[in-house]
Design a protein around this ligand. Sequence first.
Ligand SMILES: Nc1nc2c(ncn2[C@@H]2O[C@H](COP(=O)(O)OP(=O)(O)OP(=O)(O)O)[C@@H](O)[C@H]2O)c(=O)[nH]1
Ligand SMILES: [Zn+2]
Length: 295
Amino acid sequence: MQGRIIKATGAQFVVSAPEGQLVCRARGRFRLEGEYPLAGDFVTAMSDGTGEGYGVISEVAPRRNRLIRPPVANVDRLLIVASLAPPVTPLALVDYLTTLAEYHDIVPVICFNKTDIEDAQSTAAMYHALGYPAMAVSAVTGEGLSDLAEAIDDGLTVLTGYSGVGKTSLLNALIPGFSARTGEISEKIGRGRQTTRHVELLPFGQGYVADTPGYSSFDAVEMEMTEKERLPWCFVEFRDFLGQCKYNDCTHVSDEGCAILQALKDGRISPSRHESYTDLYERLKDVRQWQLKKK
Ligand SMILES: Nc1nc2c(ncn2[C@@H]2O[C@H](COP(=O)(O)OP(=O)(O)OP(=O)(O)O)[C@@H](O)[C@H]2O)c(=O)[nH]1
Ligand SMILES: [Zn+2]
């Protein structure tokens, strides 16, 4: 049958298809060839013939993208949870995550939580102006949650954001029984969720939300953005100006005749976004391919 992996626990996978679910192992060759199936993969699976719901995965369809943290394939949307109340999320992290999403052809949705403590309308508006769904919400009062639910109603969504911004609280507010479910799983596996390879896709609206958030800091920048020359393009509002700089190898940081810097001066690019670009550029510029291979 043709289905999708909605749960991966290391050696076992649950494949969901219109005709039902199968608990599967992967064919041995996946281990050998290093393309091990992931949650979110579209696969071909076969029942073992006993009729007890077990089977084997024989094919994994080509992936549109894959994330390392959490290990999930074919992600449609990155829900970036941020907060302007403590612990305050630096906008550089939000921008890193929007960039990461663009890099992988994933739509970023930015949600500023804890608006019951700190208003975030104007910051959300800045991201909205870039063309991204962006909203101010509160997991406590429920403000903005229906907009959020609507924004992630289909496809596969992965949550990201600093520790303490309220990712779990939002999942609990959106998905009844969320914590109870995940608590049960970590008890069974016997170690914390963070350290397991367990990922489950929870049905939400017409789509799924991954139960394991990822990227709570900058630590994956080098790993995820291996083609660093794509960085400027990943800032959506830079795209109109790319190719117009005086020098072909312009870094858009401080070079003479830079169209991006001119746009910044003209108020067409926001200072905080350009600052984030510079920050990411600095983080990536000294990374060499051999360092990446070692990881
Ligand atoms: N005032 C307020 N507090 C919130 C809100 N959302 C979450 N919190 C609180 O913020 C703290 C952290 O929330 P969590 O949901 O555990 O945050 P998290 O992002 O899942 O954190 P990690 O699991 O460490 O990644 C908890 O004490 C929550 O009660 C909110 O909208 N308003
Ligand atoms: Zn430039």
